[in-house]
Design a protein around this ligand. Structure first.
Ligand SMILES: CCCCCCCCCCCCCCCCC(=O)SCCNC(=O)CCNC(=O)[C@H](O)C(C)(C)COP(=O)(O)OP(=O)(O)OC[C@H]1O[C@@H](n2cnc3c(N)ncnc32)[C@H](O)[C@@H]1OP(=O)(O)O
Ligand SMILES: CCCCCCCC/C=C\CCCCCCCC(=O)OC[C@@H](O)COP(=O)(O)O
Length: 275
């Protein structure tokens, strides 16, 4: 019996050693294992957090985000990630708001939870619902699901959100690029978030995360430890704006965020580029 346990111990040790050697030798293995660990963490932590959410809050509610946030905030230590956050005071607006931020990777979920204010739900693609326990926890957290393949239905969902934001006093977090983008720059913004802000007459609060490219690049199998700078920018008011102003509002927000992204990432801005 004792010899059996000893053999098991030796086998596990050998496996760990083998994995370590493989990770050292092959960046592809290293990357796959680290991303695999991230996904496993998400799946397992979600499975454990679902009962906690159901017991404490009884069902789908934004209040569950507090519990989810507490759990997710521990993930960074597994990957040697550090966050340096500035401007949290800018979230302290009275009532609802639209928060917009850049979206680089599935890892963003950690950065999101690092700064997430209370009573704030995210807009996510509906496919996320079908990711097992992760989908369940996202559902329980009150995430608003949209069908990106149908503009009409996405617009209808957003219009409904504009109506309920004030009554429920919630903030809504949108990734205006509409998809992940890890190039160190921003994709052109979709206008949904800005229509929503104008319809609900609430401020837009931009949040910018510095580029991950120095420590995370799936194309190069790069995923090491690293520091992420996060800046919550001052709210952009929308009082009195109409649907005619949405394009200008989108452009203004895009330019401010792009400038901030380049500054935080130590990349020369366009203006400096051309000089
Ligand atoms: C405990 C352990 C836990 C472990 C895991 C825990 C997870 C924790 C939870 C975290 C959850 C995180 C969830 C993150 C999810 C991230 C995502 O899924 S990002 C992808 C989905 N999000 C988005 O796409 C949002 C951004 N997109 C938009 O805002 C879009 O505009 C749109 C509303 C989706 C519509 O897109 P599309 O169909 O592509 O159409 P457009 O080109 O944008 O617009 C066409 C046209 O319509 C006008 N318009 C858009 N919206 C409106 C509107 N609301 N009202 C009126 N008109 C609108 C737009 O202006 C265009 O017209 P124009 O003439 O060209 O201007
Ligand atoms: C029964 C099915 C089981 C499926 C198991 C899947 C397990 C998934 C496990 C972990 C993934 C963790 C994801 C955390 C949530 C992050 C949300 C996110 O970042 O979604 C990407 C989305 O914004 C944009 O999508 P695209 O870039 O357009 O694509």
């Amino acid at each position: 019996m004792e010899l059996g346990w000893l053999l098991w111990g030796a086998a596990v040790l050998l496996l760990l050693l083998l994995l370590h050697v493989l990770m050292e030798l092959s960046p592809a293995v290293n990357f796959a294992l680290r991303i695999g660990l991230y996904c496993l963490l998400c799946v397992v932590a979600s499975a454990l957090t679902v009962p906690a959410c159901l017991l404490v809050n009884g069902g789908r509610t934004v209040k569950n985000m507090r519990i989810i946030k507490t759990v997710v905030k521990t993930f960074k230590y597994f990957f040697g990630l550090r966050f340096e956050v500035k401007g949290l005071k800018n979230f302290e607006v009275e009532g609802p708001a639209i928060i917009v931020s850049n979206h680089q990777s599935i890892l963003d979920m950690m950065g999101l939870m690092e700064v997430l204010p209370n009573n704030c739900v995210q807009v996510g693609k509906k496919e996320l619902m079908y990711t097992g326990t992760v989908g369940l926890i996202i559902y329980l957290g009150g995430v608003i699901f949209i069908n990106r393949k149908s503009t009409t239905s996405a617009k209808m969902v957003m219009a409904e959100v504009a109506k309920t934001m004030a009554t429920d006093n919630v903030k809504v977090w949108v990734y205006p690029e509409g998809t992940r983008n890890c190039t160190g720059d921003l994709l052109p913004f979709k206008k949904g978030a800005f229509h929503l802000a104008v319809q609900a007459q609430v401020p837009v609060i931009p949040v910018v995360y510095s580029s991950f490219t120095t420590f995370y690049n799936p194309k190069k199998n790069l995923f090491t430890s690293g520091k992420i700078k996060v800046e919550v920018l001052p709210p952009i008011e929308t009082k009195g704006l109409t649907s005619d102003d949405v394009s200008d509002l989108t452009d203004k927000c895009f330019c401010t965020m792009r400038e901030t992204l380049f500054r935080l990432s130590g990349r020369p801005s366009e203006a400096k580029d051309s000089s």
